[in-house]
Design a protein around this ligand. Sequence first.
Ligand code: ARG
Length: 455
Amino acid sequence: MWGGRFAEGPSAVMRAINASIPFDKQMWRQDIAGSQAHAAMLAAQGIIGADDGAAIRAGLEQVAAGYEAGGVPEDLALEDIHMVTEARLADAIGTPAGRLHTARSRNDQVATDFRLWVRDAIDNALGGLEALRQTLLARAEQHADAVMPGFTHLQSAQPVTLGHHLMAYHDMVARDIGRFRDARARANRCPLGAAALAGTSFPIDRHATAAALGFDAPTTNSLDSVSDRDFAIEYLTSATQTSLHLSRLAEEFVLWASQPFGFVVLSDQWSTGSSIMPQKRNPDAAELVRGHAGRIVGLMTGLMVTMKGLPLAYSKDMQDDKPPVFECHQLLELSLAAMTGMVASATFRTDRMRGLAESGFATATDLADWLVRAAGLPFREAHHVTGRVVKRAEELGVSLDALPLGEMTAIDGRITAEVYDVLTVDASVASRVSYGGTAPVRVREAIAAARGGAA
Ligand code: ARG
């Protein structure tokens, strides 16, 4: 395709390092679509004849059908999907194939193909995230009243509800959706027609090709058009942020499925056995989601480092933009589907959660708040009195709501029997009615607002 000025062909290693066909063949649909739009525009503008335009368009369909049926041939000598497709087109229609590359370079061609690919990847992520979001909403609604220990420092802190806990993940996922939508809006500009770097002298219609490919508009600067990979990096950063959220949820599932916690039983479909220990139900999928997040961070970092030192405009380093994005897409799709499946099918052991919430003096803050509200103590003093009450309960091996009143009044005479109203975990969560709080009434409102499309 470019051998006119060379006397010798490339060495075998040159060929191997230069070729992107082993991975960019994944973009063949986008490459065909881009070429179809370009050929139609060239013909409409009178840059190529109507006959040639029609021959090219029919030929591209033939090439696509061949790929669909038999895959894309991995011809390293042809370097990449763009040249493989042009060669197949030449096989199919002969001379007119040579007119397709008029007013185009592989630089704007690859930028266009890759944007189309990333746009689909974003749409897939949005679909997967929405499925997870709906699943979290359904499970949160089911467990809006289920009391569990809330943790800080992984120490029992205050009772919360499982619905509230799951809605925390809902809110993360809703932000992820927002990020991918923002990324899509910026990615959806068409670089086709920027040519190699400077634009072209042919009377092309960039708005027509942009519209034909579903882009919102053409990109504005030809140099930026061929050297910008922000759209790929934004896909990776959005995926990274999502994978961090998935990984935290996965980590909680791993912890919760362990015997000491016993908060969740993952369904058989999402558990694996051990080849030696028959009792085992391992949360491998959750562990792999957690592991994949690490790989995704690495892929994001990799492309950032690839791009950071590149002068304008195109450099071949940029061919390395695709493997990390392709791999990230695969990992993210699997992770989203796995987390959705695990959340949907998990059995939450709410009895166990409640028991632990009741055993960890988790209503100590409620006692302190009561001393402020009912007995007028300054919060710092109430905190101190409560600390002594907790110490006494611990000595006697009872929970706060089972500590006899006499024990409490011995510590502070201002405590009365009304205090028992706030010491149960149900009373505690029901009292947290501040906006965004864990009270079941607020959790149900949050679920309803999220269903109303507030994502
Ligand atoms: N395979 C190349 C890539 O993915 C296509 C662009 C090649 N352009 C060039 N001037 N060699 O980046």
